[in-house]
Ligand binder design. Structure first.
Ligand code: NAD
Ligand code: LMR
Length: 338
């Protein structure tokens, strides 16, 4: 009994480096943005966070001062690039969440963001590799299919790559899927556990509705699949040039970060969050990263779940997704290496 408790403590200490024994320093990069602000607000409520470290190129002191008045225990600090801000924001961080970068406007694909966001993510990953090499990274910035490859290649260059620590956040696809299915079926979305796999853009988003426990007509299946794949476009269109999903994304990223913290800080078992990680599932197709259900552990990625039984329709979706995903991953890796 005593021995197993001791082992747990040792494992937790190795897994994250926070000076506080039972809570983590979480850095949000891009914290003053549309996602960054509500995400930071939600994270301020998390008791597994001892220090919320907010970084952005502008406006972070104001956001940090504002959030710091909320009467929960965590410390809040805000940094801009001046005076070694990024270094200070990252030093001793256990978890780094990255929503920095530009969002889409109507008519754009996520890949159209590559030219601007790839450099932002590469530079932030470089700083993370230097100042918080043991942190867990959750990448929100689009195109996620490529930005995860960028972060991974940067970490490889620094010789600190641990694929279990790098995640592309695809939680919003799952959040949307459960909501859209519940709207159709008249159920409570909280009870809908819809598996979504692949990547995070258009045809690379593959909902496995055959595993939902519901039956759908062919028409419903096609409409639902399309809505889940292009849910982001609905928001981009409705926001009419002022951005993309921010509030639902903050909700999703808070859920993902909270799950990760339960696994790495508390050593909780059986925490499953779908995410886009280094995966062997389609290695033979030359695909290095893939989103699927991932069981989190004190080391980050624990077990990558296989996809289970797919319907003929889902097999078609997968065939359409794989070449696009491969292209996106190669683009990210090439950018980081050249
Ligand atoms: P936003 O423009 O409102 O905010 C982005 C923030 O990043 C800004 O405050 C900006 O100052 C900051 N920033 C820019 N360069 C930076 C740098 N070098 N270091 C630190 N901060 C920097 O955009 P948003 O709506 O918050 O979206 C951010 C990103 O998240 C976009 O790329 C968007 O496509 C993506 N996104 C992803 C998902 C997902 O499911 N993974 C969902 C929604 C949005
Ligand atoms: C989303 O799915 O809402 C995000 O990836 C933002 C976007 O560009 O649609």
């Amino acid at each position: 009994m005593f021995t197993s408790k001791l082992v747990n403590v040792v494992v937790s200490k190795r897994a994250f480096s926070s000076s506080a024994a039972n809570a983590a320093k979480v850095a949000v990069l891009g914290a003053a943005g549309g996602i960054g602000q509500p995400l930071s607000l939600l994270l301020k409520h998390n008791e597994l966070i001892s220090h919320l470290s907010l970084f952005d190129i502008v406006n972070t002191p104001g956001v940090a001062a504002d959030i710091s008045h909320i009467n929960t225990a965590s410390k809040v600090t805000g940094y801009v690039p001046e005076n070694d801000g990024l270094k200070l924001a990252l030093t001793d961080a256990d978890v780094i969440v990255i929503p920095a970068g530009v969002p889409r406007k109507p008519g754009m694909s996520r890949d159209d963001l590559f030219n601007t966001n790839a450099g932002i993510v590469r530079d932030l990953a470089t700083a993370a590799a230097q100042y918080a090499p043991n942190a867990f990274l959750a990448v929100i910035s689009n195109p996620v299919n490529s930005t995860v490859a960028i972060v991974s290649e940067v970490f490889k260059k620094f010789g600190i790559y641990d694929p279990r620590r790098i995640f592309g956040v695809t939680t919003l696809d799952i959040v949307r899927a459960s909501r859209f299915v519940s709207e159709l079926k008249g159920t409570n979305p909280k009870d809908e556990k819809i598996t979504v796999v692949g990547g995070h853009s258009g045809v690379t988003i593959i909902p496995l509705l055959s595993q939902s426990g519901h039956t759908f007509t062919d028409e419903e299946l096609k409409a639902l699949t399309h809505r889940i794949q292009f849910g982001g476009d609905e928001v981009v269109k409705a926001k009419a040039g002022t951005g993309s999903a921010t509030l639902s994304m903050a909700y999703a990223a808070n859920r993902f970060t909270g799950s990760l913290l339960r696994a790495i800080v508390k050593g909780e078992k059986g925490v499953i969050e779908p995410s886009y990680v280094k995966s062997d599932l389609f290695k033979s197709d030359g695909i290095e990263y893939f989103a699927s259900n991932v069981e989190l552990s004190s080391e980050g990625v624990g077990k990558v779940h296989s996809l289970g039984k797919l319907s003929a329709y889902e097999k078609e979706l997968l065939s359409a997704a794989l070449p696009e995903l491969k292209k996106n991953i190669t683009k990210g890796a090439d950018f980081a290496n050249n």
